[in-house]
Design a protein around this ligand. Structure first.
Ligand code: ADP
Length: 197
């Protein structure tokens, strides 16, 4: 099963992708997590990405494309994967299509989490408070200023990705405002339909 989970920052992509990973036994490939690991490790990619990420801006397409191209070659991704946070631009989506085609891999479908924008900042703030309560580090971009930039980037660059997949009949939208379990159930319905096509 090869899936993409799309949605604005704070929509619950990470939560739902982690559950799908358990369910299907395939890895969750989060470009955000991979980039944060590169930043923490101080690699050249991490050094290039850090300031952009902290501000809430997107990292250049060529950087994330290389990360994804390398990652989907890994043995654990042979049976499938869940892409979380990628593609984030139409250019990335087209490059992914070319990459999968070259590898004879097929995308099963794209799940979009629909969430009211008004709810998103509250979710991000709740995540920051939860991290503090657990004694963990808060993400550098989980603050109101960077969040605004992330939302702007989403509207300008990532919302067209939904339109791109919808145009090709590959997109299924799910109500991301429902409780986590209800969102999970709706996603299960959609993925079982993907599995049959
Ligand atoms: P969010 O919760 O905002 O969806 P992520 O953890 O997916 O956050 O990503 C955090 C940051 O990492 C983004 O704001 C961006 O700077 C960078 N990033 C992650 N994925 C991509 C991508 N596919 N293209 C460009 N930048 C990305």
């Amino acid at each position: 099963m090869r899936l993409i989970v799309l949605g604005p920052p704070g929509a619950g992509k990470g939560t739902q992708s982690a559950r799908l990973m358990q369910k299907y036994g395939i890895p969750q490939l989060s470009t955000g997590d991979m980039l944060r690991a590169a930043v923490a490790a101080g690699t050249p990619v991490g050094r290039e990405a850090k300031a952009l990420m902290d501000a809430g801006s997107l990292v250049p397409d060529d950087v994330v494309l290389k990360i994804i191209a390398d990652r989907i070659e890994q043995p654990d991704a042979v049976q499938g994967f869940i892409l979380d946070g990628f593609p984030r631009t139409v250019n990335q989506a087209k490059a992914l299509d070319a990459l999968l085609k070259a590898k004879n891999m097929r995308l099963d479908g794209v799940i979009e989490l629909k969430v009211d924008e008004a709810a998103l900042l509250g979710r991000i703030q709740a995540r920051a408070e939860d991290m503090i309560a657990r004694g963990c580090a808060v993400r550098a971009d989980d603050n109101p200023d960077a969040f605004k930039t992330r939302l702007d980037a989403y509207r300008a660059q990532t919302a067209p990705v939904s339109a791109y997949y919808a145009g090709e009949g590959r997109l299924k939208s799910v109500d991301g405002m429902a409780p986590v379990e209800a969102v999970a159930a709706a996603i299960d319905l959609v993925t079982s339909a993907f599995a049959m096509t």
